[in-house]
Design a protein around this ligand. Structure first.
Ligand code: PLP
Length: 392
C-alpha cells in the first residue's frame, strides 16, 4: 500500500465539508435537513455573469490562458480596487487563481518551513492551521476574543511576533465569527509591524463587501508602508455567489510574485477560461446584484441574532460582517460545542459547525451560516429552541 510523505499526516480538513456530507446522507434517508453549516451564499450566480461564461465558450475560449490570468481581468481587478478603495495596485502583480483557498495554500507553502513561525487567527478558517502544519512551520494562534468584538487585538498580535515569525495571517471581516477589526486597531497593528520587517502579511479579505450597518471596509492595501510585504487574498466566491466556479485573485509583492507565477505554471496552468470571462463580467457589469444580496443577508442577520438570543443558555453578539453568527453556547450546559453541534444535526436536522473546528479558542461556541432562506432560519431556530428546552 503506497504511503504519502509524513507531511500528509499533518494536513487537516475543513469540517464544514464533512458536515455537508453528513447532512446530505441524512437528507437521502428522507430527513428534513436545514443546512446552516456551509459557508456559501444560497443565491444563484447573477444571470449576466453566467451568460458571460456561456458566451466565452461559444466564442471559442477553450484553450489555456496566461498562467496569471487574462490581461483584461487583471486590469479589471485593479480598476475595481481603485473604484472601491481609491488605492492603486499594479495589475502586473495580480494573479488569478482557482479559488481564494489557493492563495492561502500558496502563500503558506511559500513561507512555511520547520523553524518558521506563522501567526493565524483562532478561531479562524481551519485551512490556515492545516496548511501551516503541512509545511512543518510552527502554528502560533492569535486569540480572537468575543470580549474584543471578535476583532484582532493589535497589542496581543504584536506581542506574539518573534524573530522567527515569517507570516502573519489576518482576516477581517472574519470567518467564523463575523468579527470586523476596526480601522484604529489595524492602524496600530501596521504601525507596530514597522519593527518587524521580516514579517510578511497575508490579508484574507474575501468578505470585504460583507459589512453591515453602513460600515466601510478597511483594506490592508491602504497602507503603503507594508505594501512591499503584503499578500492580498480576495475573490468572487462570496461576493458574486460563485463558490463552485473556483475563482479568486491575489496580489503579490515583488519577490513573491514570480514564485507564485511559477507555482501556477507547475500546478494548475491557468484558471479555466470561461470562468475568467465570467469574473470579468462580474467586475465590469452592474453591481446592484451585490447590494441586493447584502440587503437580504442583513435582514437574515437580524432574524438569526434575535432568534438565538431568545434561546435558553445562548447569547449571540451581533456579527458586523461576513454571513456567520457565532453564538456563545456555554450557558446551555453542553461542555463540548462539537457534541452540541452534532446532536443538533442528528436530533433536529439543523446543521451547524462546532466552534472547536475553528481552533481551540472556539470552544463554547457554534457557527451558524445564515446563507439560507429566512424561512429556513426561523424553522431551524424553532427546532433548536425545542431541543434546548427538552435537553438542557
Ligand atoms: N477565506 C475565508 C476566510 C473563507 O471563509 C473562505 C471560504 O469559506 C475562503 C477564504 C476560500 O474561498 P474560495 O471558495 O474562493 O476558495
Amino acid at each position: 500500500r503506497p504511503q504519502p510523505i509524513a507531511a500528509f499526516n499533518r494536513i487537516g480538513e475543513e469540517n464544514a465539508f464533512a458536515v455537508l456530507a453528513r447532512a446530505a446522507a441524512l437528507a437521502a434517508q428522507g430527513r428534513d435537513i436545514i443546512n446552516l453549516g456551509i459557508g456559501q451564499p444560497d443565491f444563484a450566480t447573477p444571470e449576466h455573469i453566467v451568460e458571460a461564461a456561456i458566451k466565452a465558450l461559444r466564442d471559442g475560449h477553450h484553450g489555456y490562458t496566461p498562467s496569471v490570468g487574462i490581461e483584461p481581468l487583471r486590469l479589471a481587478v485593479a480598476a475595481d480596487v481603485h473604484r472601491r478603495f481609491a488605492v492603486e495596485i499594479d495589475p502586473g502583480r495580480v494573479v488569478i487563481v482557482p479559488g481564494g483557498k489557493v492563495t492561502m495554500f500558496s502563500a503558506i507553502l511559500m513561507l512555511g518551513e520547520p523553524g518558521a513561525e506563522i501567526l493565524y487567527p483562532d478561531p479562524g478558517f481551519p485551512i490556515y492551521r492545516s496548511m501551516i502544519e503541512f509545511t512543518g512551520a510552527t502554528p502560533v494562534p492569535v486569540p480572537i476574543r468575543e470580549a474584543n468584538g471578535f476583532a484582532f487585538s493589535a497589542e496581543e498580535t504584536l506581542s506574539l511576533i518573534t524573530p522567527a515569525t515569517r507570516l502573519l495571517i489576518l482576516n477581517s471581516p472574519a470567518n467564523p465569527t463575523g468579527g470586523v477589526t476596526p480601522k484604529a486597531e489595524i492602524d496600530k497593528l501596521v504601525a507596530g509591524l514597522a519593527e518587524h520587517p521580516q514579517v510578511v502579511i497575508l490579508s484574507d479579505e474575501i468578505y470585504d463587501q460583507f459589512l453591515f450597518d453602513g460600515e466601510a471596509h478597511t483594506t490592508l492595501l491602504a497602507y503603503p508602508e507594508i505594501r512591499d510585504r503584503l499578500i492580498l487574498l480576495n475573490g468572487w466566491s462570496k461576493t458574486y455567489a460563485m463558490t463552485g466556479w473556483r475563482l479568486g485573485w491575489s496580489l503579490w509583492p515583488e519577490g513573491l510574485y514570480d514564485p507564485m507565477r511559477k507555482l501556477a505554471v507547475n500546478a494548475w496552468s491557468c484558471v479555466n477560461a470561461p470562468a475568467q470571462f465570467a469574473a470579468l463580467a462580474a467586475l465590469t457589469g452592474p453591481q446592484d446584484c451585490v447590494g441586493a444580496m447584502l440587503a437580504e443577508f442583513e435582514r437574515r442577520r437580524r432574524i438569526v441574532v434575535e432568534g438565538l438570543n431568545a434561546l435558553p443558555g445562548i447569547s449571540c453578539a451581533t456579527p458586523r460582517g461576513a454571513f456567520y453568527a457565532f453564538p456563545n453556547v456555554a450557558g446551555t450546559g453542553w461542555k463540548s460545542a462539537k457534541k452540541l453541534a452534532s446532536a443538533l444535526l442528528d436530533e433536529t436536522g439543523v446543521a451547524t459547525i462546532g466552534g472547536p473546528d475553528f481552533g481551540v479558542h472556539g470552544e463554547g461556541y457554534i457557527r451558524l451560516s445564515y446563507a439560507n432562506s429566512a424561512e429556513n432560519i426561523l424553522r431551524a431556530l424553532e427546532r433548536m429552541g425545542r431541543f434546548l428546552n427538552e435537553r438542557p
